[in-house]
Design a protein around this ligand. Structure first.
Ligand SMILES: CC(C)(COP(=O)(O)OP(=O)(O)OC[C@H]1O[C@@H](n2cnc3c(N)ncnc32)[C@H](O)[C@@H]1OP(=O)(O)O)[C@@H](O)C(=O)NCCC(=O)NCCS
Length: 191
């Protein structure tokens, strides 16, 4: 009665403009075409700053190492976001099969493509799969308070505000809160 979720292979998810698919070698060149933006990286958390040497570009070696170790652990679904023949970002679900729950994250590394609805398209593709074929009961995420664009994107896709982790992470300019957001299967299917 308390069955675990079955974990299928990483699916390819096709939207109007975006295709979510497994990482490819050519994604490395696509990523190298754009510098590291510290303010974007901060949206994923502050831990990266501790290892940051001030470099504003990734190196091929660094990205290739990440690519090689990208063999997903069970329950981790890492997608590259393809747009117009190039990789422009990524999305990820980390599934807790016992609790029928998944943690979501997303990012577009091409600044000019933000704010044009692609984040919403990616998020809806992932939610349709998570609540459909995967059969999850709940999808949750954390977002830096003040990342208004991401928060608007998640709200537009049906995520509700559930709480605040106060002073959750230390940044160069002080402690920052993270918001907790979540959406249930029934909410997604009725929305
Ligand atoms: C978060 C992210 C994936 C969202 O994708 P996106 O394509 O930019 O988002 P969308 O265009 O689909 O939706 C953005 C929403 O914010 C609004 N918006 C756009 N620019 C904005 C801005 N500068 N400030 C606040 N809101 C903004 C849009 O109107 C839209 O809201 P609406 O649906 O109510 O109209 C993308 O912005 C990104 O990669 N940001 C940097 C990394 C990051 O923050 N990742 C998330 C970590 S939790």
């Amino acid at each position: 009665m308390l069955d675990r979720l079955a974990l299928p292979d990483l699916p390819v998810l096709r939207g109007e403009r975006i295709t979510l698919r497994a990482a490819r070698e050519s994604d490395i060149d696509d990523r190298l075409a754009y510098p590291i933006d510290p303010y974007e990286e901060d949206n994923y958390g502050s831990a990266w700053r501790r290892g940051w040497d001030g470099r504003l570009c990734h190196t091929r070696e660094h990205l290739a190492a990440g690519h090689e170790s990208a063999q997903p652990e069970p329950g981790v679904y890492p997608w590259s976001a393809g747009y117009d023949g190039h990789c422009v970002g990524s999305a990820r679900l980390r599934v807790d099969a016992d609790q029928h729950r998944a943690e979501y994250s997303v990012g577009l590394f091409v600044p000019a493509l933000r704010g044009r609805g692609l984040g919403r398209e990616i998020t809806r593709l992932v939610l349709d799969w998570a609540f459909g074929p995967l059969g999850a009961h709940r999808v949750e995420l954390e977002v830096l308070a003040g990342n208004d664009r991401a928060i608007r994107c998640y709200e537009a896709c049906g995520f509700r505000h559930e709480g605040v982790r106060r002073d959750a992470e230390l940044y160069p300019d002080g402690w920052k809160d993270f918001l907790q957001m979540g959406i249930l299967q029934a909410e997604h299917l009725s929305g």
